[in-house]
Design a binder for this molecule. Structure first.
Ligand code: ASP
Length: 330
C-alpha cells in the first residue's frame, strides 16, 4: 500500500481514561486517568497505519475533571496552528469523558477551519479487558480522515457513533455507550472504516462562528435550583466578582423563589444570568417558566447548563451585549 497518499491527521492527546492505567486488567473503575502517553495509545492501534499518516502531540496529561479554560486556549490555538498547514488534513483530540462535551463545544465555536476536528475518549482504561479506547481512536481518525467530515463543525466519535459537539452529552457513569445527543440524535456512524453521515447541524460553528479563544476568561459559574434552594451561593458569587451565572433550573428553567430574588439582584449589579435546565433534555423557552423580560435573564434554549456556561464565557469575553441573540443563534 502506498501510504504517502493517506491523509495526515494530527492526534493531540490531553489525558482521560483513554490514557488511563490500572494495576489489574479487571478494573474498570479504580484506575489513574491520563497517565499513558500518546505514542503508547497509537502503538495499540496498528490499523491506524492504513487509515492515515499520524502526527502526534501530547498537549496535556490530565483527568478531564480538571480541565481548565487556560488549557482550552492552549489546545484551541494548537489546533488552529496545525489546521492552517497544508500538510495537516484534520485533527483528533483524545480527552477524558467527564468534560469532553464542554471542550468539544468550546472548540466547535472557536476553531477557525473547516477541516475535520474529532474528539474521542474511552470509558475503560487502556489496561482493561475489552478496553474501548483503541477502537474509538481508530474510528475518530477514520472520521477525521474522511472528506465527508469537513465543514460539519467539531465532531465526537464514540462507540461507533458520530455526534455534533453542540448536542452531545455524557449520560452514563459507567457504560461503554456513554454519550447521547438527546434532542437531536447522532449525525452518523463509523464502523469498519466506513463513515456515514445522515444529517448536519445547521447552527453556525467553527469558521462561521463570531467567537474566539481568550487569554482572560470571565468568571462564569453554575448554580442549581432545588427544593429549599437559598440565595447564599448567588450572593457569595456576586461578592466574589462573578460576571455570569448559569442556573441549572428545575423543569423548563424554573427557579426557587429564594434563588430568584438573589438572581434579580445580581442582574441589577451587571451579572449576566442565563436560565438552563437540570433535566438533561428539552428546551428552556424564553418567558416560559420564568419571565425573562421582567427578570432581566436570558434563556439557554436547548443547551445544557455546562454548554450554556461555555457560550456565556465566549459571549462575555467578546463583550456581546445582545446575549439572547447569541443563545438563539448558537
Ligand atoms: N475521569 C475521566 C476523565 O474525564 C473519565 C473518563 O475519561 O472516562 O478524564
Amino acid at each position: 500500500m502506498n501510504t504517502s497518499s493517506l491523509p495526515r491527521i494530527a492526534v493531540l492527546a490531553t489525558g482521560g481514561t483513554i490514557a488511563g492505567s490500572a494495576g489489574d486488567a479487571s478494573k474498570t473503575a479504580g484506575y489513574r486517568a491520563g497517565v499513558v502517553g500518546v505514542d503508547k495509545l497509537l502503538d495499540a492501534v496498528p490499523a491506524l497505519g492504513s487509515v492515515a499518516r499520524i502526527h502526534a502531540e501530547q498537549i496535556a496529561s490530565i483527568d478531564s475533571k480538571d480541565m481548565s479554560a487556560a488549557l482550552w486556549t492552549t489546545l484551541g490555538r494548537r489546533i488552529d496552528a496545525l489546521l492552517v498547514r497544508d500538510d495537516i488534513d484534520g485533527v483528533v483530540v483524545t480527552h477524558g469523558t467527564d468534560t469532553l462535551e464542554e471542550t468539544a463545544y468550546l472548540l466547535h465555536l472557536t476553531v477557525k477551519s473547516t477541516k475535520p476536528v474529532v474528539l474521542t475518549a474511552a470509558m475503560r482504561p487502556s489496561t482493561a479487558l475489552s478496553a474501548d479506547g483503541p477502537l474509538n481512536l481508530l474510528n475518530a481518525v477514520t472520521v477525521a480522515a474522511s472528506k465527508d467530515a469537513a465543514g460539519k463543525g467539531v465532531l465526537v466519535a464514540f462507540n461507533n457513533q458520530i455526534h455534533c459537539a453542540r448536542d452531545v452529552t455524557k449520560t452514563s457513569t459507567y457504560a461503554v455507550d456513554a454519550f447521547r445527543s438527546p434532542e437531536t440524535g447522532v449525525l452518523g456512524f463509523v464502523q469498519d472504516g466506513r463513515v456515514e453521515f445522515q444529517r448536519i447541524a445547521l447552527r453556525p460553528h467553527t469558521a462561521s462562528s463570531e467567537f474566539a479563544l481568550s487569554e482572560q476568561w470571565p468568571m462564569v459559574e453554575i448554580v442549581t435550583s432545588y427544593a429549599d434552594a437559598s440565595r447564599v451561593t448567588v450572593d457569595a458569587l456576586v461578592a466574589a466578582g462573578v460576571k455570569g451565572i448559569v442556573v441549572a433550573g428545575t423543569g423548563n428553567g424554573s427557579m426557587h423563589a429564594g434563588l430568584t430574588q438573589a438572581l434579580v439582584d445580581a442582574v441589577k449589579r451587571g451579572v449576566a444570568v442565563v436560565r438552563a435546565s437540570r433535566v438533561g433534555s428539552g428546551h428552556v423557552m424564553r418567558n416560559g417558566a420564568a419571565n425573562d423580560d421582567a427578570l432581566g435573564t436570558v434563556s439557554a434554549g436547548s443547551l445544557n447548563p455546562y454548554k450554556a456556561r461555555v457560550l456565556l464565557m465566549l459571549a462575555l469575553a467578546a463583550e456581546v451585549s445582545d446575549l439572547q441573540r447569541v443563545f438563539d443563534v448558537y
